[in-house]
Write a protein that binds this ligand. Structure first.
Ligand SMILES: C[S@@+](CC[C@H](N)C(=O)[O-])C[C@H]1O[C@@H](n2cnc3c(N)ncnc32)[C@H](O)[C@@H]1O
Length: 227
C-alpha cells in the first residue's frame, strides 16, 4: 500500500514476483517530496531492479556498486538478494546520499555503505573503493552533457576491475542521443538486453505502473580489452 508516512516522505512499495518458485521480494522505498532528480524512483529503476532480481543467483556475495543511486531501488534489491552493496550519488548532493541511507534503513539492509561519487571525478572516495563485480546505473544517461562523465567513471572502474560489468537502464528521450562514439573512445563495448528476456516488457512491473509507456532500454557495458 502506498501512502504518506511523514510530512516529507511517501513510501512506495515494489513486489518482485518469483519466476523460479522462490518467494517474492517486497521492498519499500521512501520518496522525498522535493524537486531534485535523486528524490524519486524513476521508471528505469524498476526495470533495472527487475533485472537484478532475475539475476539474483549470480549476485550472491558479489560486490555491487550503484552510481547515481538516488533512492536506490536496484541497489536495495541487490542487497536483499545477498550482494555486498555500496550506494553512491553525487558528492555535491548530500541529500541524495541521505536518501540512499534512508532506503537502506527502511529495508533493514545495514551492511550497505554509502559514498559520494561524482561522475567524471577521480576523487579519494573513488580511489578507495574495494574491488567490484557489478556496477548498477539506472537513468544515469538523462543529460547528454553528463554522458561522457558517466563513461569516464565506468572506464576507470573497469580498468581496475577488468571483468566487472556495468548494468544500466536508460530512457529513450531523444533519437539523437547516442553513447556509441563515447563507448568506443573509452575502450568500452555494450550489448543490449531485451526487456522480454527478464519479464520487464510490461507497463506494470513489481506492482508499479511507473514503467508505463516509456521506452526503456537495458544494456550491459564491459571493457573492450582487458588490459
Ligand atoms: C534521473 S535520477 C535517477 C535516480 C535513480 N538512479 C533512479 O533511477 O531512480 C539521476 C541521479 O543521478 C544523480 N546525479 C546527477 N548528476 C550526478 C553526477 N554528476 N555525479 C553523480 N551522480 C549524479 C542524481 O542525484 C540522481 O540521483
Amino acid at each position: 500500500m502506498n501512502g504518506p508516512v511523514s510530512a516529507r516522505f511517501v513510501h512506495k512499495t515494489f513486489t518482485f514476483e518469483s519466476h523460479d518458485g522462490t518467494l517474492p521480494l517486497t521492498v519499500s522505498i521512501p520518496e522525498v517530496l522535493d524537486l531534485q532528480y535523486g528524490m524519486y524512483v524513476w521508471p528505469c529503476a524498476v526495470v533495472l531492479a527487475q533485472y537484478v532480481w532475475i539475476a539474483k543467483e549470480k549476485l550472491q556475495k558479489k560486490s555491487v556498486l550503484e552510481l547515481g543511486a538516488g533512492v536506490s531501488l536496484p541497489g536495495v534489491v541487490a542487497a536483499k538478494c545477498g550482494a555486498q552493496v555500496i550506494l553512491s550519488d553525487s558528492a555535491e548532493l548530500p541529500l541524495c546520499q541521505n536518501n540512499c541511507k534512508q532506503s537502506c534503513e527502511v529495508n533493514d539492509v545495514d551492511s550497505v555503505t554509502v559514498v559520494g561519487l561524482t561522475w567524471g571525478q577521480v576523487s579519494p572516495e573513488l580511489l578507495s573503493l574495494p574491488l567490484v563485480d557489478v556496477i548498477l546505473g539506472s537513468d544515469v544517461f538523462y543529460e547528454p552533457e553528463d554522458f561522457e562523465d558517466v563513461l569516464v567513471t565506468i572506464s576507470f572502474l573497469l580498468k581496475r576491475n577488468p571483468y566487472a560489468q556495468f548494468w544500466t537502464t536508460y530512457q529513450e528521450r531523444s533519437t539523437d542521443w547516442s553513447v556509441e562514439a563515447l563507448l568506443h573512445k573509452w575502450n568500452l563495448k555494450c550489448i543490449d538486453i531485451p526487456l522480454e528476456t527478464f519479464h520487464a516488457n510490461r507497463n506494470q512491473l513489481a506492482g508499479s505502473a511507473l514503467p508505463g509507456d516509456h521506452t526503456i532500454q537495458m544494456m550491459i557495458v564491459t571493457a573492450k580489452s582487458k588490459t
